[in-house]
Design a protein around this ligand. Structure first.
Ligand code: ADP
Length: 423
């Protein structure tokens, strides 16, 4: 039997999921929580985590793994020397040192381009170019690229999900001219479609860990795309809402949407586009008022078929970007009824309204008509909320069976492994 391993590097730890060709059954699931805060986690710890994950997989399963793929956090990047050793500390996904080069970047990149953000990979690279350690650097890599390199041994390879925020043109499948013109004196990664087989495992790695020498290492992806892939959404019009601390929408479409004002950009997914938007509303606001146990018990008392009259815009602090782009938008949480069931009803209803408005906006911008919404995150299990949301969205709303990024990345590995076998 051929098995496939997906590895997810998140902010709090790394996880691995092994699936078989049916993908309906998880054969093994392994974890490596980071002990330190994200900023203190070094590439050495990433490397240790990667190999510790592999070691936790039972020996007999390891021998059957046909392909591996890795996802990292988007825009976590590093510079390495000619043999792949990091020359300095990586810059993490949320590191905003790139703000120091934003003015310069605005003169280079087209208006409203995805790279025009302090945390974009390109802003980070331009900042790194001003540091003394840059003289030792030969390659610029994303976290997932470097971890995959440790397995297959080839430097300078990435995928078009990780490379989007570096400025790679995912429509034309090349670096744009304005980026080429910068003549960056080190190697930017060669960019492959996520899941493309890159190479077999380095023989010494295969032998050391009891993996197959013909096990393929495939191009990876980012954590949030991996979570989308896990949901099972495949067709244009299918979407995934993440009801975590914040509200994140992702809609699969045949057309590409971009609007920097609303923080909307599209990832390429084969022949389709994955358009996303994120609102600051969400579970973090619910958490301010209710414990998880209260959220569960009070929700059962809500009649989901009746619309609450309460019209809130639940935020922790002033400002939202999507679906309302207004940095001064005040949180609206009044009037607050004495009855907590009524209050919660108003909150759930209002967040559902913001979700519906978000999908409407994406469709107005040209995305395919919404047909089904999968749900992930802490709010996905709330059936009352699901019923309220379905009333607004007017399409089936279902909980995703799989939500783990590592599972989504295992699916990518499976695609790559099967493709590799046919070639
Ligand atoms: P994160 O985005 O931080 O990873 P999670 O996906 O773990 O978040 O979801 C946590 C959020 O889910 C919390 O903010 C909490 O308020 C919310 N939550 C937990 N249980 C429920 C519930 N039964 N109904 C609605 N929301 C819930």
């Amino acid at each position: 039997m051929n098995l496939y391993l997906g590895i997810d590097f998140g902010t709090s730890g790394a996880r691995g999921v092994v699936i078989d060709e049916e993908a309906s059954c998880i054969q093994a699931q392994v974890r490596y929580p980071f002990q330190d805060s994200p900023a203190a986690v070094t590439p050495k710890i990433w490397q240790e985590a990667l190999f510790m994950l592999v070691e936790q997989i039972p020996n007999q399963l390891r021998r059957e793994i046909k392909a591996i793929a890795i996802n990292g956090t988007s825009s976590t990047v590093l510079l390495v020397d000619a043999v792949g050793n990091p020359v300095d500390t990586p810059l993490l996904y949320n590191d905003a040192r790139g703000s120091l080069v934003l003015e310069h970047l605005r003169n280079i990149a087209p208006p409203n381009h995805t790279v025009l953000s302090a945390t974009s990979s390109l802003a980070k690279l331009l900042w790194m170019m001003q540091q003394p350690s840059f003289s030792e650097a030969r390659y610029f890599l994303h976290q997932a690229d470097w971890l995959a390199f440790l397995l297959h041994g080839q430097l300078g390879i990435s995928d078009y999900h990780n490379a989007l925020k570096l400025g790679y043109d995912v429509e034309e499948l090349k670096y744009p001219e304005w980026l080429e013109n910068l003549q960056i004196p080190i190697q930017l990664p060669k960019v492959l479609p996520p899941g493309t087989p890159i190479a077999q495992l380095r023989p010494e790695i295969a032998d050391k860990f009891g993996l197959r020498r013909d096990c393929l290492v495939c191009a990876g992806t980012t954590d949030s795309i991996a979570a989308f892939l896990a949901s099972g959404a495949k067709l244009p019009g299918e979407a995934v809402t993440s009801l975590g601390s914040t509200l994140v929408l992702k809609l699969l479409s045949r057309t590409r949407q971009e609007d920097a004002r609303y923080g909307i950009y599209s990832h390429r997914l084969g022949d389709l586009w994955l358009t996303g938007g994120a609102s600051n509303t969400g579970g973090a606001v619910l958490k301010q008022f209710f414990t998880n146990a209260e959220l569960e018990s009070l929700s059962w008392e809500i009649d989901a078929s009746i619309a609450s009259e309460l019209d809130y815009y639940p935020l922790l602090k002033v400002g939202d970007r999507f679906p309302i782009n207004d940095p001064n938008l005040p949180p609206r949480l009044s009037p607050r009824p004495d009855n907590p069931v009524e209050f919660l009803h108003g909150l759930l209803e209002s967040i559902a309204r913001i979700e519906a408005r978000g999908y409407e906006l994406l469709q107005q911008m040209g995305a395919d008509k919404l047909s089904r919404v999968y749900t992930a995150g802490g709010g996905a299990a709330n059936e009352t909320w699901t019923a309220i949301r379905a009333r607004y969205l007017q399409v089936p709303v279902v909980a995703s069976v799989y939500t783990e990024a590592a599972y989504g990345t295992a699916l990518l590995a499976m695609g790559g492994g099967i493709k590799g076998e046919q070639e």
